[in-house]
Write a new protein. Structure first.
Length: 689
């Protein structure tokens, strides 16, 4: 039986006192221990270049020898631990080998002293042509300008501080579409791990670099490595970073061709997308699934069926006769080889041997990049940390890669507005949220979170497409009521009177034009009663059974609030053949339109804004509290009438449960019907002509 050839090249340069890294020796020892102890690499097949040996000349020589001598279909690892730097002239990143010029006054361009993507690409391409299974791990910094951040105690940044050179580089200046580096194709057996994005700084402790330590600790937790794919390992690695609370500092990156290949092997493993067996019943509300991160299990909503359910039966979803219940799997509940699924109500029909199928993955991520690249790391790192903390954004290198799932990445620039340095976020050349002054990064990140949540849940607010789930015979009427005074005592009588007033326009029946409401005039901290229009809405249940309703207003300033009933997004009972109605005045505070309607300070503030009234109706009680949010904030130094401090957002996983399905309490969905209706309300400012 032929033995699979496995070879490794480990690289650890040394630097002067000012740039010394204390953990790189431990990095090399940790990697050697992992290779020999867990993946059957022989000591004689591991070449180590360190300290004075790790020069650019020697590194490229060893790469050349390795490329020429390794066998076809063999396994190769190229590992580097040391400093990384950004190269302005070529818009590339570079590894910093052992070289005295790189540490003091340089006499040649950095591109000539460092090892760049242009240097590495020929070797990786040659290995790919030989069908070599090549893994590359770079535990170093690929950040923007040469900058050493303020160090935490015992923590050092793995980026080299260099001085600029007056000598021109022989390397060509790459265009955005022609940067150095190796990009694997779908069929290439190439697997690349980086310590962080191009916009982040990699860090180390005396025990080693964050990436290398996390790799070793992740592998130590795995019992069976012969089924761990590169894709599964990367998920576990990200999880390890979160558990160590390092994900707010740096984000490990992964790029691959055949990502379902077994770690440091040549075979492939098909991963579970559904049909995951229930292996244990902890209680009627908690269950153990037989797959975990290793098998590619994802967090989200799972429908559980009998083990004998056919493919056609499963396609029917919760209406299938084999459907047993629904469980939720959170990211924190996924272990290496198993996961815990839970329900908010008893599920006595779910037993061992049943199969769970992923219905909707729990994820909402948007790509964010900084432009121009590179933007000074001293400025952008606080915002990057805030964006990473939200777990709703992925900071990517410039220019971003456009994908089907993320066709419109968000670009962030630092611009001068009213003599202040400000963050400006754009998508498709349109400003998304109000510009925010530098040093207020938390506000900018929260504003982007609110915008994306608003956009996501608003688009999801649609009635079901299948007739079996549609709740019929529920109507929503909205009327324009002009210049009517009322208070809490007179509200009921005014509503009853205005419902009979034939002069009031029912805007839900007007199809040929927009009905424009006039906003009330301000009066101190409130509004002047009767100085503008109100909207009166009525929900009519024509069914012979009771239903549960909630009316939510999506406002133009990003606020999402429950207006009926006024109890944090919970539904209220509407009896059979009954109605529910209420009235509300319309008012546009100063600066309100700057939140979402037109946040661009270079353009005029619109005189007419649009809110949307949304009715959620279902046959069972549910809660929409997780989607409610306060308004997007404007900057008080840039806009008048700035929004007050915003309240906290709901937990992301609670929001995702609603985002996955319009009716959030999916454990209660068996036999439930629902509908969602929208009505747009256009309002003009009180002082507009």
């Amino acid at each position: 039986m032929d033995v699979l050839q496995k070879r490794a090249l480990l690289i650890k340069p040394s630097y002067n006192e000012a740039n010394r890294l204390n953990g790189t020796e431990n990095d090399v020892q940790n990697v050697k221990k992992v290779l020999t102890g867990k993946f059957d690499f022989k000591e004689t097949a591991i070449k180590v270049l360190k300290d004075d040996q790790a020069t650019k000349k020697n590194i490229l020589k060893e790469l050349s020898e390795l490329t020429e001598s390794c066998e076809s279909h063999s396994v190769v690892l190229v590992y580097y631990t040391g400093h990384g730097t950004y190269l302005e002239d070529s818009q590339d990143e570079g590894l910093c080998p052992t070289v005295s010029q790189c540490q003091t006054e340089p006499e040649e361009p950095k591109e000539e002293r460092c090892i760049t993507g242009q240097d590495l690409s020929p070797f990786f391409e040659a290995l790919s042509k030989k069908s070599v299974y090549c893994t590359v791990i770079f535990d170093c910094c690929y950040s923007g300008h040469l900058y050493r951040d303020k160090e935490e105690e015992g923590v050092k940044i793995k980026q080299l501080r260099t001085k600029p050179s007056a000598t021109a580089s022989k390397h060509k200046k790459y265009t955005k579409a022609d940067r150095g580096g190796w990009i694997p194709g779908d069929k290439d057996n190439f697997f690349y791990f980086a310590a962080c994005t191009s916009d982040e700084l990699a860090k180390e402790k005396k025990e080693g670099g964050y990436l290398t330590l996390a790799i070793a600790d992740t592998l130590d937790k795995l019992q069976y490595l012969d089924q761990v794919t590169y894709e599964a390992f990367y998920r576990l690695l990200r999880k390890e970073f979160r558990e160590k609370n390092w994900h707010n500092v740096q984000t490990p990156q992964f790029e691959a061709g055949n990502f379902k290949t077994v770690l440091f092997g040549t075979s492939q493993v098909e991963q579970a997308e559904g049909g995951v067996e229930i292996s244990e019943v902890i209680s009627t509300e908690e269950f153990v699934l037989s797959s975990g991160s290793v098998q590619g299990l994802r967090s989200g909503c799972y429908l559980v069926y009998k083990a004998t359910a056919s493919e056609q039966s499963i396609k029917k979803g919760s209406s299938s006769p084999d459907y047993l219940g629904t469980i939720a799997v959170k990211e924190s509940q996924i272990q290496s080889t198993h996961a815990i699924g839970s329900s908010d109500r008893p599920q006595p029909k779910i037993t061992c041997g049943c199969l769970a199928y992923l219905q909707a993955a729990a994820r909402v991520k948007r790509s964010v990049y900084f432009s121009p690249a590179p933007l000074d790391m001293t400025i952008k790192e606080p915002l990057i940390l805030e964006l990473n903390k939200s777990d709703m954004f992925t900071v990517v290198a410039y220019p971003p890669t456009v994908t089907v799932n993320d066709p419109d990445p968000i670009g962030i620039t630092c611009e001068t507005i009213k003599s202040k340095s400000c963050w400006v976020a754009r998508r498709s050349n349109r400003i998304l949220v109000p510009p925010i002054s530098v040093d207020r990064e938390s506000i900018m990140a929260k504003n982007l979170c609110r915008y994306i949540r608003y956009e996501t849940i608003f688009d999801k607010a649609q009635p079901p497409k299948d007739d079996a789930s549609l709740l019929k015979n529920v109507n929503l009427k909205v009327f324009k009521v002009e210049n009517v005074k009322y208070n809490n005592k007179t509200r009921s009588s005014v509503i009853a009177k205005e419902l009979q007033n034939r002069n009031n326009v029912e805007i839900t029946t007007v199809k040929d034009r927009e009905v424009i409401f006039k906003a009330h005039e301000p009066d101190g901290k409130g509004i002047k009663p009767g100085s503008g229009d109100s909207f009166l809405y009525q929900v009519i249940n024509k069914n012979d059974t009771e239903i549960h309703i909630c009316v939510i207003l999506y406002q133009c300033d990003g606020e999402i609030k429950a207006i009926y009933p006024r109890k944090k997004g919970g539904t209220t009972l509407l009896r059979r053949n009954d109605t529910a109605e209420d009235i509300a005045p319309l008012f546009i505070p100063d600066g309100c339109a700057r939140a979402m309607a037109e946040p661009d300070p270079a353009k005029e503030e619109p005189q007419t804004i649009s809110d949307t009234l949304v009715l959620y109706a279902s046959t069972k009680p549910v809660s929409y509290g997780a989607i409610l949010q306060s308004a997007i904030q404007t900057d008080p130094d840039l806009s008048r009438g700035a929004a007050p401090n915003s309240g906290p957002l709901s937990e992301l996983e609670d929001f995702l449960n609603i985002r996955m399905r319009p009716i959030p309490n999916f454990a209660d969905e068996e036999g439930m019907k629902y509908t969602i209706k929208k009505v747009q309300i256009f309002t003009r400012k009180h002082n507009s002509p």
